[in-house]
Design a protein around this ligand. Sequence first.
Ligand SMILES: [Zn+2]
Ligand SMILES: [Zn+2]
Length: 1202
Amino acid sequence: EQAWLADAQTFIQETLCPTGKEPNNELTQLVIDCVKMMWLSQGENQGFTLPLSYRFVSVQNLKTHQNLPCCSHLTWSSTAYQAWVQGAGPNGNALPREQLLLLGTLTDLSGDLEHERPDGSLYVKDNTGILGCELIDLDLSWLGHLFLFPSWSYLPPAKWKSLEEGHLELWGAPVPVFPLTTNPEPLAPIPVLYPEKALYLLTHRMRRQVQEANLAGKLIRLSALIKSQKKEYFVLTLGELSPTDSQALNQVSIMVQIPAQMVWYRVFWPGRSYVLTRLRIAKTRRHHYHIWTTIPSSNLMLLKPDCVRELELELELLKDKPKPPSVPTKSQNSKGQADLVRHSRVLHYSGMVTGVLNESASLYLLDGQLILCLAYQQIRGLKRMIRPGVSLELRDVHLLHSVGGGTTRPVLVPCLHGTVQLRSFSHQKPEILSSHQVHGTYLYEQLVWDYQLGLPTYLWATKALEKLVCKLCPHVLRCHQLLKHSSPGNPSLALQLLASSPDVLTPPDSPIRNAHSEILEEPHQCIFQEYTQLQTPYTFPDLLTMMKEGQHSAWANFDPKALVPLPESAYLTSYQINRRLAWSWHCVLPSTLQPAQVLVGVLVASSHKGCLQLRDLSASMPCLLLAENSQPLADPRFIGCLVRTERFQLVVEREVESNFPSWKELTMAGFIQRQQTRVYVQFFLTDALILPVPRPSPDASTTSAPPQTDSACLEGQSRLFLLSHKEALMNRNFCVSGRASSESPMPTLSFHVSGSWLGGTQRKEGTGWGPPEPLGSEKKDQKVFLIFLGSSVRWFAFLYPGKVYRLIAPGPPTSTLFEGESSSQRPLELAGCVSCLTVQDDWTLELGRSQDTPDVLEISRELPKSSLTHLLSDKFPDSLVSFSAKILSRTICDPPLTFRRRQPGNTGTVKTCVKLTVALEIADYEFTPHLNIYIEDPHLPPPIGLLPGSQVHFSQLEKKISRSSNVYCRFCSSTSIQVLSFSQQTRVSDPLPHIYLAELLQKGQAPFQATTSCHVVFIFSLQIMWVCAHCTSLCPQGRCSRQDLTCPTQTAISQASIRFLVEDGTAEALVTCRNHHVAAALGLSPGEWTFLLDCVRVSGKLALHFKGPGAESESPARIHEPLTLFLQTLCTSPSVLRPIKLAFELTRRPSDVSPREPPRLQQFQCGDLPLLTRVNPRLQLACLSLQEQEHSSTLGAFATSC
Ligand SMILES: [Zn+2]
Ligand SMILES: [Zn+2]
């Protein structure tokens, strides 16, 4: 006990006695008496007269040693504490109890001379320091006195706010050490004005009549405490003490703006009555409101009826009552929006905070169901106390329902007109908040105060920013980097990602808040009164979600019947149908979704796959980027940048393995055996916002993003080269020199480029490059062959022919670094190349700038193109060709050189191959020739972007000639592609050109597909068959005739073909029509055609051959069958031999129509007239569609050609 007293004495002398004075024993005794009294008032003191287990704590000790939140309750028994812990709730985390005695002076002066202007904050002060505190019900007479605080909690600053200080929450009334001198009762009653008269003086501008007045009334409203840079103020409104009906509207507002009076704000309690003395009428500067204001000598006191008397005024006009403020009729500015406009309700609400939604955005959950948004008041001081368990009283706050933008709960939001007051402190420890909840306070304040966001937009913006944080932090960049607020010249990263322009957030006509009018205007006007439900502008889904939704949408839109439509599908075998379904694609335009989606990610170059990827924390998505139309993205500086775009195509390639037996089962999903997708995104750089990520962000480099060209690297050398060709990225067997060669070489993902050096090696000089080393004359224009393997594969996506690059090697300069390896190692690869280099992992690439490129060299930036004659002639097989083309179709097929016929029923082991049909793009060429390109293993799957409709430059394809002497191309190891433009969604199919047949004979100028008006001259043959859809064997009576094993399904399909001769007077052509086109060729209606097919079904096959114009048919014995007879008659009748409009494609390429036969004379019968005309050799055409001629104009064609 003695020791405790001695310690207490020392403590009191050190921390509480006025400094520089004699030890004050009287003070010490008073303090100890005070502690003893409080201690003994507690029942559970176990006979001790002193709280021996408690020790004194100074403010400084609390600040430096108390790193955990705690509380101390001198007067509480442990059962009281236990009950209190229970009060924290079932899963509440109550503050731990410490046994500490805290004494100090309560003051509203921070003691900091520079910031001496009091702003209403409260502090506890002793000799060692000062600490902010909060108190629920302040008495002004307490200020400046020394107190024992029997019950308090201390909250140290949160870790992320290490610069801030902790604060004290003072429970209950403090116990004065010295007895407080109660204010002496005023000698005479104070003359006061009640609101009715005060209002009258105000409205009639009777300033001169009353210079100063004392106002009394009941507090009915308190505004927010406004803190601007210039001053602080708040407005309180007094009403009649016990208003009668006629006086209910008598309210008078008083503005308090003297700094020393800011602490009054803590005293006011709605419902209590006050007297404010020495008020004057003043005019607000900007808005010319007349308002009662305080002066420095004004006083505030509780109203005691005995101490006041009503001031008598000689006012005769008092009968003239102020009119009740008329409610202005709301002007609906646009009728269309009228029903969307909602009105908020203004109400009072008391409740407990049950959750923190976003501390930095000042969003809380109230009573588990309401969102409380405190962002529209400046409540920094109050905010530090708000945590689950705090009770708040909200007065004059707005309640908004269905604000939209993804917020479903009702929202309570106080504007500056209303007030938020603390009614009890929380028992709980602060929650541990995730990083996005604690960073960005300034950013959110900026959104509210600078950008003037309305509440629905603000709530959406906070959600969107949280989503962005989840997508990008912490691996791409730190949360505080993302949520940094804007400063001049340094726009906030988060805001740039959030909105492409500020107008998205704040429409130009949105109202601007004004604190004065928000508080004072009668009737109340603020931005929360009217609001429209927000349509979510867009969302920022993470990449994984985006890919999954894309896949989902692709399969939801997968319709086999649309991919293989009728009537064509009715004639296809099971194998053909399943091949047609094997590959298809689906494109999602997220800007068309509701809400729209915005793509945000970091651009990385994968060193495992050699492709570009967009990455966030959820996934990596391959992407295809074009700088602009037909310009590839060649600048590696974009690696590591943040990309945001609203315009992009999400491509989903679908691959399906199916075993549909025939077209009839296409609606049944059970025949799909396996399905997989490849998802990627393609967009233009010009449509995207590219933001460099602030560095350093150490995690970015570990996620296979290549190290950025480090300008800080002091030493290094570089050399420029012009890329002439890039080869395919594929697994190659490599004997890597310098690595362990004992192991058999493993296939390594790699590629080569060839090009030529431009000048000599340059050394690093400061931040730039020195002059190139001089070269010997024999070394001028030397070729270089660069090998990229290992992690340098990441450069693949940036290297394009025709571009100049700078190859940079870090480290001390070595003279022969770029000279290449000795040529003996790679005799094959070195053909024509002086140096052959393996690009090291730590080397980097930059796009050469224009000033780097020597003027002497005329650099061809054109993409290489093979000449058309070389391309299309049936000579020069196995040569390499390059061209640009538009992809018309992409299908899965058998490889072109599969001589072996597919074994019937054997579908498993067939090698697949991707066939692209392309239209060559050749300038000054009227009709674009078509070509097939085959992609086989090991070039499968094909590079991304090879979609129907896109334009692609193919470089160094292998040219082949088919057995039918058609030209086609194959991917080989030297092939590379460059996508020039993306496939357009709106597919406009050009109408086919309408030509004369003779135009097809003009070499090199003929269209591949066209329409013509011609006359059917003669039918050569007609064949109708019923075959097994599975094995294509003949099916008489609908049963598969195959002997060895029974087919799994017994579906018979019909197949038909007809061959006939047409001419249009300029030339004649042999046309083959298949399947449903046969019905059109014979001029049969669908019903007649079905009947005909059914007639053939019994025998399974019908074949008719005709010999020469007008000759007899030579079909076998059943010639006299009625069906055969009918068809014979039909095929020679004018209903078949008639003028038609034919859409066709050439079955042989134009260049293959050689050697050219000379035209020959031939006689025609045109009605009754015999005609003689010069006729060119026969063309071979395949029918695409056949229509009746609208009006017979063939005679005119005959006449002109005769
Ligand atoms: Zn309001
Ligand atoms: Zn069969």
